[in-house]
Ligand binder design. Structure first.
Ligand code: NDP
Length: 275
């Protein structure tokens, strides 16, 4: 009898060294008794497809996809789950039966973190979504499914935000697009889905956007608050980083790969403790 082979997964991105996904999936594997390896995979910015083809050839069972490859992953997939098709962005690939199946667990992870972990229901709320890249695309439908009053999308390149809103035209009555500088206050939740924090930068929205009673969430995470979180907190907002979202989207990806949903609470608490 041959030895059982440990199933291999990874997270593909550029940069990738900062990713905590391997730690999270190792904790989920331990918790659920699943036998798997999960590592970081740095792909050249022009080498995403070649990297995926190599992983498939090497027998990997799936991969997560992060900056800047989520849109390319949606194009490369041979089949898309409905929520990934709606987003036009993929953060989870399943390699099975000769297919590359693309799904998107970012949005469900974000919503779970805001609603369940932070205890902030989104129904009837006004949400500001900063950014219109892969992460914002993944977030939009799950946010709309929570029945907010309005989602305002603001992005550095306005045309990209317009395209995102146009892709969700059936929700036009609850969507608006604006430039950063033209954003006006009155939000319950502000989500930074730009990658500005990777460069210690802040989308230049007016400080009046933040204030007491506002939850400001940066999808970025690190061992200290991002400049966006510091700015929002200094203007009175409650702040949250992207670690809870990361842990939640990983649980959803783990479910897709392994058919079992790991518990997230203890893993999030221990990751916060580890810094
Ligand atoms: P993309 O590369 O697809 O999109 C980047 C977005 O950020 C675009 O809207 C871009 O605007 C904007 N942007 C980039 N630099 C700046 C800047 N200096 N000022 C203002 N806007 C800027 O990236 P993703 O959407 O995949 O990821 C975005 C962020 O979300 C990353 O920090 C990523 O780490 C984080 N993330 C976290 C997750 C989690 O689980 N916590 C999950 C997914 C993402 P433009 O269109 O003008 O170029």
């Amino acid at each position: 009898m041959s030895d059982p082979v440990t199933d291999k997964y990874c997270v593909i991105g550029n940069p990738i060294a900062h990713s905590k996904s391997p730690q999270i999936h190792a904790a989920y594997a331990l918790q659920t008794g699943q036998d798997l390896d999960y590592e970081r995979c740095l792909a050249p910015v022009d080498g995403f497809e070649a990297t995926v083809r190599r992983l498939v050839a090497e027998g990997y069972r799936g991969a997560n996809v992060t900056v800047p490859f989520k849109l390319e992953a949606a194009r490369l997939a041979t089949r898309l789950a409905p929520r990934a098709a709606a987003a036009g962005a993929v953060n989870t690939l399943v390699f099975a039966g000769g297919e590359i199946v693309g799904d998107n667990t970012d949005g469900p992870g974000l919503v779970a973190d805001i609603v369940r972990n932070a205890g902030v229901p989104l129904a009837g709320k006004r949400i500001l979504l900063l950014g219109a890249g892969g992460a914002a695309r993944g977030a939009l439908l799950p946010l709309l499914m929570e029945n907010p009053r309005q989602v305002v999308i603001a992005n550095r390149t306005l045309a990209t935000a317009d395209r995102l809103a146009a892709d969700f035209a059936e929700h036009a009555d609850r969507l608006a697009v604006t430039a950063f500088a033209a954003v006006e206050g009155g939000f319950d939740v502000v989500i930074n889905a730009t990658s500005a924090s990777l460069a210690a930068d802040i989308p230049p929205v007016p400080p009046s956007v933040f204030g007491p009673g506002v939850l400001a969430l940066d999808m970025m995470y690190g061992n200290k608050p991002t400049v966006f979180m510091e700015f929002a907190a200094s203007h009175g907002a409650s702040v949250r980083d992207g670690l809870g979202m990361l842990v939640e989207q990983a649980a959803e990806a783990f479910l897709l790969w392994r058919g079992v949903r790991p518990g997230t609470g203890a893993v999030l608490a221990s990751m916060r403790q580890d810094g």
